[in-house]
Ligand binder design. Structure first.
Ligand SMILES: *Cc1c(COP(=O)(O)O)cnc(C)c1O
Length: 431
């Protein structure tokens, strides 16, 4: 049994092996950006063939979407999808209690009230039963998030949406390439939103987002909304006439060019990632008290973030609080060179913006319906349990060459688990 790095032993991951580059910037990416720059294809009005329309076409073709509309970022994509679906003041939108803040903000940007639903303890995705419990006459849409790259239960969610006449906007920011019963996520609901932010699985060199839909009219409404409410037609000069409310949510051409080059290498990256991550998880699945993320049958997981839950009882630590075990493991694994971190320190409904109803003017959108703010610390037991007893690995495993590093991470976990007594001492001290 080797000595833990936290107590002077040699770390499982040597210091000079810890840095991982993401995104991977290769010669083709530089060339794509420079070609766009030199070709003066710096369009921002999306007329004619340019890097932005190339990316829309390539994204739709690669994943099998009917229509793709590029926008400035993933948050804008979510808000624009809601707008195109006529979500507005007085409406409620059901979103999961565990997600990135943008999922909860997008309805507010449309003057609609976000209503939070608890999650599933295994997939960490929105719980369809809790969605159904929270439907009211004001409910207009559901935003299932494919959190960490795992497809949400789209069968149940689309069935509920059909039953109550609701729109479904998939937040697929963390899940490009994930599939649910053979269908690409993002293309199952009425609209799907992706993010190309640098830390995501298919990145750009900054910020970007993509919207997809099967519905040509919805796609047109999205195009109109991203550009001041104007209608841009190929071959017709821009006339600066607006037909409705619009924003400037256009994508930057250089960022589109960068993602086009990344998309060319995506298949190879994805194959390597699936191989590396599943091998890593298979090793960790042997350790008692550790719940590793899994892909449900008939789904493909995009492994954007790897979340591990720790069970004190199964670890042999009856009576120890999950937070105490988590903090002991975090300290010991980090000392070994595994960058364990938390993703979301609290459920979304605990965020100040929703508790204090920090919106527009006199408490809008909540004051439209008289809705109360959420209550910090109350409800959402599964979300709270998951946040209390889990840690994540982010970004490092996205690199296609991460196999060896993940092998060292697995060595580190096995070493920590072999020093169970030390873990127990630390966890009990923290409890
Ligand atoms: C990243 C992310 C977003 C927002 O995307 P941006 O491009 O950063 O605006 C929305 N939802 C989820 C789940 C995300 O991870």
């Amino acid at each position: 049994m080797s000595k833990l790095a936290a107590f002077g032993g040699t770390a499982a991951v040597p210091r000079d092996r810890r840095r991982v580059q993401w995104p991977l910037v290769e010669e083709e990416d530089r060339k794509a950006v420079l070609d766009a720059l030199d070709g003066a294809r710096l369009v921002s009005d999306t007329d004619g063939v340019n890097p932005v329309s190339d990316l829309e076409e390539n994204w739709a073709r690669r994943f099998g979407f009917a229509h793709c509309v590029a926008v400035s970022n993933g948050t804008a994509a979510l808000a624009l999808a809601l707008s195109a679906l006529d979500v507005g003041p007085g409406d409620e939108v059901i979103v999961p209690a565990l997600s990135f803040i943008a999922t909860g903000l997008a309805p507010v940007h449309q003057m609609a009230v976000p209503v939070f639903a608890d999650i599933d303890p295994v997939t960490f995705n929105i719980d369809p039963d809790d969605v159904e419990r929270r439907i009211t006459p004001r409910t207009k849409a559901i935003i299932p998030v494919h959190l960490h790259g795992a497809p949400a239960d789209m069968d149940r969610i689309t069935a509920i949406a059909r039953k109550y006449g609701l729109a479904v906007v998939e937040d697929a920011a963390q899940a490009p390439g994930a599939t649910h019963r053979g269908r690409p996520v993002g293309g199952i609901g009425d609209a799907g939103a992706f993010s190309l932010q640098v830390s995501k699985n298919i990145p750009t060199c900054g910020e970007g987002g993509l919207l997809v839909t099967r519905d040509p009219e919805l796609a047109e409404a999205m195009r109109c909304g991203r550009q001041f409410g104007e209608v841009i037609e190929a071959g017709r000069e821009r006339d600066y006439v607006s037909y409705g409310l619009g924003w400037n949510y256009k994508m930057n051409a250089l960022q589109a060019a960068f993602t086009n080059a990344q998309l060319d290498r995506y298949d190879g990256y994805e194959r390597a990632r699936q191989h590396n991550v599943t091998g890593f998880l298979a090793r960790l699945a042997q350790l008692p008290g550790l719940q590793v993320p899994t892909a449900l049958p008939d789904t493909t997981h995009a492994w954007h973030i790897l979340r591990f839950r720790f069970d004190p009882a199964a670890f042999g630590l009856d009576g120890v609080r999950p937070e105490a075990l988590r903090s002991a493991l975090r300290r010991l694994l980090r000392a070994e060179g595994v960058p364990m971190s938390q993703y979301q320190l609290m459920p979304l409904p605990d965020q100040k913006v929703f508790v204090d109803r920090v919106g527009f003017g006199a408490g809008y959108p909540w004051s439209v319906t008289g809705a109360r703010g959420t209550v910090a610390g109350a409800g959402y037991p599964v979300t709270r349990a998951v946040i209390a007893d889990s840690l994540t690995i982010q970004k490092r495993h996205l690199h296609p060459g991460a196999g060896e590093l993940l092998g060292m991470y697995a060595d580190a976990f096995e070493k920590v688990w072999a020093n169970k007594d030390m873990v127990a001492t630390l966890a009990r001290a923290a409890s």
